[in-house]
Design a protein around this ligand. Structure first.
Ligand code: HEM
Length: 408
């Protein structure tokens, strides 16, 4: 049984070279260290889980692996979160365990069922067409800034009921909460933005309570689950979570997906011949190079032995979805992009109780967005050599900083 994490990092998991192509490193980890203990700079242990089998085992085991770090402490040592930033980021379902998770998720489940989401198809198409029309006259464009980012951001903002005039300001605040760009902000600037955002939301909740509209914020303000309403911190955190997931994920499905197809013209040719395959193609793009590289942090609740490895209470566990999605024990020829792939049970949206709430919406945005992009610009191609593309840093997301293309 392995009991000690390795003192030195055996794998480069952070450099730009790794980010440019992490898959060979993940293949090595699956083979040699599928449950790999990395010593963090602060001395704690971070377990990276890379094989499909153990990744699914962790995602399904909410008893040993928890999302709320306070649940690694005895009940009398657990304290409410104090700072408004901490509450805004963490007081939501993604960082909650049952029963809180169950209650919070039940309140929004209704808004994201495949049937509800289908009703948004027309609006997704309209926004896609508008954004592509803006760049159509140019020779070149950055697809991330002009299309992949603004499309899902506008959809989620509209769904929530953020008025168009406020959307740019809200986008700026929500990026300050989490995106890597916020690292350039000093602590007090970030705090100022968070306070402004919380104040804005508070006013919005009052307005919607007085005069409900046909939007998600009104539904959340009025919603009740088992006789309980969301408190104000939970409401703000729920809205922030939805905005942030709207900013950070589908953008990468559109960006990584467009890049993968530009890089595999024979697959694009199949889609041009058989457009009905766009649905399976999007599943394959999610598997092949999905937006979320590593799941959000899980914590070991109590000392226990997982698959022969001694884990300690409070250890961090990260399941590497991008690696599990390339595991040959689950997928035939996992490094091949095949838009006709059947029975594609990938983990790009996670699994278990935290399975992505927005999956139906993300799929819809991916299918409409990518199909329309390639139909509108049949001669679309990269404007720079592929090795000049830069990937965003950080372990959580996998996405391009820019995607410069020639349109015609
Ligand atoms: C292609 C785009 C997307 C991908 C790949 C994705 C991926 C994921 C993954 C992997 C998780 C689970 C994280 C974990 O277990 O640690 C998750 C959770 C979640 N996602 Fe997404 N997501 C996408 C789009 C969206 C969108 C558009 C929304 C909002 C409408 C959304 C809302 C959420 C929420 C609220 C959770 C937390 C669910 C819970 O804890 O019960 N996601 N997503």
């Amino acid at each position: 049984m392995k009991t000690q994490p390795s003192a030195t990092a055996r794998y480069d998991l952070f450099s730009p070279t790794f980010k440019a192509n992490p898959f060979p490193t993940f293949a090595q980890m699956r083979q040699d260290d599928p449950i790999y203990a990395h010593r963090s700079p602060s001395g704690g242990t971070i377990w990276y889980i890379t094989r499909f089998e153990e990744v699914t085992a962790v995602l399904k085991d909410n008893d040993h692996f928890v999302k709320d770090v306070r649940n690694t402490l005895p009940p009398d040592a657990q304290k409410p979160r104090k700072s408004s930033l901490n509450r805004l980021i963490n007081e939501n379902m993604l960082f909650a365990d049952p029963p809180d998770h169950t209650r919070l998720r039940a309140l929004v489940n209704q808004a994201f069922t495949p049937r509800r989401v289908e009703q948004l198809a027309g609006r997704v198409q309209q926004i896609t067409d508008e954004l592509l029309a803006v760049i159509a006259a140019a020779d070149e464009a950055d697809l991330i800034a002009s299309f992949a980012l603004p499309m899902p951001v506008r959809i989620i903002a509209e769904l929530l009921g953020i008025p168009p005039a406020d959307q740019a300001q809200v986008a700026d605040w929500s990026q300050a909460i989490i995106s890597p760009g916020s690292r350039n902000l000093n602590y007090s600037a970030r705090k100022r933005k968070v306070r402004a955002f919380v104040d804005y939301l508070r006013q919005m909740f009052v307005l919607r309570q007085q005069e409900p509209q046909d939007d998600l914020i009104s539904a959340l303000v009025l919603a009740e689950e088992a006789g309980e309403r969301l408190n104000e911190a939970e409401l703000s955190s729920m809205v922030a979570l939805l905005l942030v997931t709207g900013h950070e994920t589908t953008v990468n499905l559109l960006g990584n997906g467009a890049l993968a197809l530009l890089n595999h013209p024979e697959q694009l040719a199949i889609l041009r011949e058989r457009p009905a395959l766009w649905e399976t193609a999007v599943e394959e793009l999610l598997r092949f190079d999905g937006p979320v590289e590593t799941s959000t942090t899980r914590w070991v609740r109590d000392d226990f032995v997982f698959e022969g490895h001694q884990m300690r209470r409070g250890d961090v566990v990260r399941v590497v979805l991008a690696s599990a999605n390339r595991d040959a024990s689950q997928f035939d020829q996992p490094n091949v992009l095949d838009v006709t792939r059947q029975d594609n049970r990938h983990l790009a949206f996670g699994m278990g109780i935290h399975y992505c709430l927005g999956a139906p919406l993300a799929r819809l945005e991916g299918q409409i967005g990518l199909q329309t992009l390639f139909d509108t610009f049949p001669k679309l191609c990269l404007a720079v050599p592929i090795d000049q593309l830069e990937w965003r840093s950080g372990v959580l997301f996998r996405g391009l900083k820019q995607l410069p293309v020639r349109l015609h």
